[in-house]
Design a protein around this ligand. Structure first.
Ligand code: NOJ
Length: 728
């Protein structure tokens, strides 16, 4: 690192036009692979191409080495380029989709996977990844729920910090680490109706308590960059919101890194309806605190004029450029512009055995077992298995973010993985539903073929689900059901009376009411990544037991969306299991989700004793007091196999100045117990777990009654109460 003086000196030599170029990120290449930006042909502007600060989506060691060499020769001050791309859940070795990683409830797994992703990306010349996505998501219609770790601020915070630590390690200048960009600040997950790019309305109470914590956690973990969301929040596009990017991000959260717009989001301020033209869009976003404009060129095109008219100050421009150059310096790029880029290391690291092994473990850990009637799972050694369905032998195991740099041909299918398991090698047959893309009723011939195969088998493994294109960016849906032809297939197979294990591939919570009715066992596989087939086979055959837990509630009907466990109580709660007139809910369906947040079965069962508290009343007047009391329960493995349980702690603040959520996850512990074994699981209750943000006042802990729930998911019923006196 060369330091502050070096950067100031460099800055003092740059012209305004060069500064504007430094604040611009160009596409690295056309979709057809032809090169742009530094290697010419994009803006048709030699000066911008030669002096741009960064490239988007341009990677591969050989190409980066060449592009950086050219850039160092041609740019006015020999300032190295930053290469940024979307490394979302793996670079070449692809881990399960982020929602699946969230389902593992294991921040250390996320950290490890992010560190592998960073290593693979860095040797391909990548310096920055646009991850983690810290958006809180509650509406399964929104396609981008797949990129989030779910509906809970606490779990999301642990995960976003873990991603950041994994990418950045103990320093972004160190070998095999890259810088992390947390996104999309803020409220993108709350877009109306789950429609992508739509607007969000969130009051400060929910903004600070629910949406902000995962961003704060990433910032506190040292995240170097942040991206504002495409959406408007309370009428102002995030890209142009000084309140968000200055008052909340810098003043409140103390973020000091680089703010980069989302792709063309600066230009989009015009269609958003807050600017007349791109010059105004540039002025507004720079004024709000955006340092880098991604892909569009309004900064570059208009900055000189904006400085002349005083719409943008030189101090704002210098601040932005200084932050960008400081990031480059922290990465050591002024000393070595190529950092880790190395074709030889790509050979060594990409998809190496160790990385594949971790991806396999992550795929297994991300699976959530929702139903297991008559112990349909694990599959037994002597069983003949009919493996049927569109995902039975499919390599479509990557979501669209996995496909940025990962390849389907590197994926191991479920069929191939079954073949490697002695347990299944015998009876396993494949039947593939043609044309996953088409949502049309199954044709009778295909069903007949499936039935024929099912007839010769003892059990059916049915691999069905959404197509990967049906989620992620621009993947919003009005319908959370599976395609009708898949349901028809399931029903036809059900008529054989053979046990059916349904494995559901999905990028979001789906309505599984019919799937559950016609299946013996139901497993959620998300999009499981390169080693997905093996990870799933490991769980189905009992090589590993399922341990995943839902990071989002699964609804009973699409019309329930958004549905989430930590909602506010209503004046008319429905505490029964059916529709009640004049109580909260919908006509004709049971209240609540089909499967709650935190839910997931394994191959054994656990019982919980009553919750016990070390005291019933505490006095707390300052946030510094570390432990107020202990809450515990005794968990017993009542089944016949060793198993892992995720013991979850939820707290409810019974009455506050603001209506408080019905419960909030505040901790969890994973324990492994042998058959018949019991263990006391204790949680220390700290003031931080009880406090919340009160608008106009700040972080507070209010006197009154609190309820502590300890159980296996967000609808567990065991609780005890205690009183807090004092408060702050
Ligand atoms: C648009 C997406 O919203 C964002 O998440 C992504 O990082 C950028 N494009 C760059 O690809």
């Amino acid at each position: 690192m060369l330091g502050k003086d070096y950067i100031s000196n460099l800055l003092s030599q740059m012209t305004l036009k060069e500064k504007a170029a430094e604040m611009t990120q160009l596409w690295g290449e056309n979709p057809d692979g032809t090169l742009m930006g530094i290697l010419r042909g994009f803006h048709q502007n030699e000066h911008l191409s030669a002096n741009a600060g960064s490239l988007l989506g341009f990677c591969g060691a050989q190409r980066v080495l060449e592009a950086q060499r050219l850039h160092m020769e041609e740019s006015a001050h020999h300032i190295p380029l930053l290469f940024m791309t979307d490394v979302i859940h793996g670079y070449k070795t692809i881990f399960p989709s982020v929602l699946g990683l969230g389902a593992a409830w294991d921040p250390s797994l996320i950290e490890e996977s992010a560190s592998v992703a960073a290593a693979e990306a860095s040797v391909s010349g990548v310096h920055v990844t646009f991850s983690p996505m810290a958006d809180l998501v509650r509406d399964a219609r929104w396609g981008r729920v797949i990129e989030s770790t779910g509906e809970d601020p606490y779990l999301n915070s642990l995960c976003s910090a873990a991603f950041t630590r994994g990418y950045q390690g103990d320093g972004i200048g160190k070998p095999l680490h890259i810088a992390s960009c947390v996104k999309h600040f803020i409220g993108y997950g709350a877009v109306e109706g789950g429609r992508d790019y739509d607007s969000a309305q969130i009051g400060d109470y929910q903004l600070f308590n629910d949406y902000l914590p995962p961003f704060l956690a990433a910032v506190e973990a040292g995240c170097e960059l942040l991206m504002p969301g495409f959406n408007t929040l309370n009428g102002v596009p995030c890209t142009a919101s000084r309140r968000l990017l200055q008052e909340i991000l810098k003043d409140f959260m103390h973020f000091q890194g680089v703010v980069i717009s989302d792709c063309t989001a600066v230009c989009e301020l015009v269609p958003h309806g807050i600017c007349e033209d791109q010059a105004q869009a540039a002025a507004l976003s720079i004024g709000a605190g955006v340092d880098v404009e991604m892909v569009s060129s309004s900064f570059y095109d208009h900055l000189e004029k904006l400085i002349e008219t005083g719409a943008v100050s030189m101090a704002q421009v210098d601040g932005a450029v200084e932050r960008i150059l400081t990031l480059k310096d922290k990465m050591g790029l002024f000393e070595n512009p190529y950092k880790d880029a190395s074709p030889q290391k790509e050979q060594e690291l990409h998809l190496c055995g160790k990385h594949r092994q971790l991806a396999r473990k992550a795929a297994a850990q991300s699976l959530v077992l929702l139903q297991n009637q008559n112990q349909a799972l694990p599959l037994q050694n002597n069983e003949r298995i009919a493996l049927i369905g569109p995902y039975a032998d499919s390599r479509k195991l990557l979501d669209i973010w996995g496909l940025v740099n990962g390849k389907e041909e590197d994926c191991v299918t479920l069929y191939e993985a079954f073949g490697e398991h002695a347990a299944c090698a015998q009876g396993c047959r494949l039947w593939n539903l043609r044309n996953l893309e088409e949502e049309r009723p199954s044709d009778a011939d295909l069903i007949a073929q499936a039935l024929e195969l099912a007839d010769k088998s003892d059990k059916i493994v049915l691999a069905i689900g959404e197509h990967p294109d049906m989620s992620a960016e621009a993947g919003s849906r009005t319908d959370l059901e599976l395609p009708a032809n898949q349901i028809a297939l399931l029903k036809a197979l059900h008529d054989t009376q053979k046990p059916i294990v349904t494995v559901v591939f999905t990028g979001r919570p789906l309505v599984l009411t019919e799937i559950a009715r016609y299946s013996s066992a139901v497993v959620i596989a998300w999009f499981p990544g390169t080693e997905g087939g093996r990870g799933i086979a490991d769980v189905l055959t009992g090589r590993c037991a399922p341990t995943g837990r839902l990071p989002m509630s699964f609804p009973r009907a699409t019309g329930q969306a958004p549905i989430y466990y930590n909602h506010l109580p209503t004046g008319r709660p429905n505490t029964t299991n059916s529709y009640q007139p004049f109580a909260n809910g919908y006509i004709g369906i049971e209240p609540g989700p089909l499967y709650p947040f935190g839910f997931g079965l394994t191959y054994t069962e656990f019982s919980y004793s009553e919750v016990t508290l070390s005291c019933r009343s505490v006095t707390c007047t300052a946030p510094s007091e570390q432990k107020l009391l202990t809450a515990s329960t005794v968990v017993t493995n009542t089944g016949s196999r060793t198993g892992e349980e995720t013991v979850q702690l939820y707290i409810q603040d019974v009455a506050g100045t603001y209506s408080r959520p019905v419960r909030m996850l505040k901790g969890f512990q994973k324990i492994t117990l042998g058959p018949g074994e019991s263990r006391t699981v204790a949680f220390s209750i700290s003031p931080r777990m009880l406090e919340y943000y009160i608008p106009q006042k700040g972080i507070s802990l209010e006197e009154g009654t609190f309820r502590i729930y300890i159980g296996p998911h967000a609808e567990s019923t065991q609780y005890q109460e205690f009183l807090v006196k004092g408060g702050y």
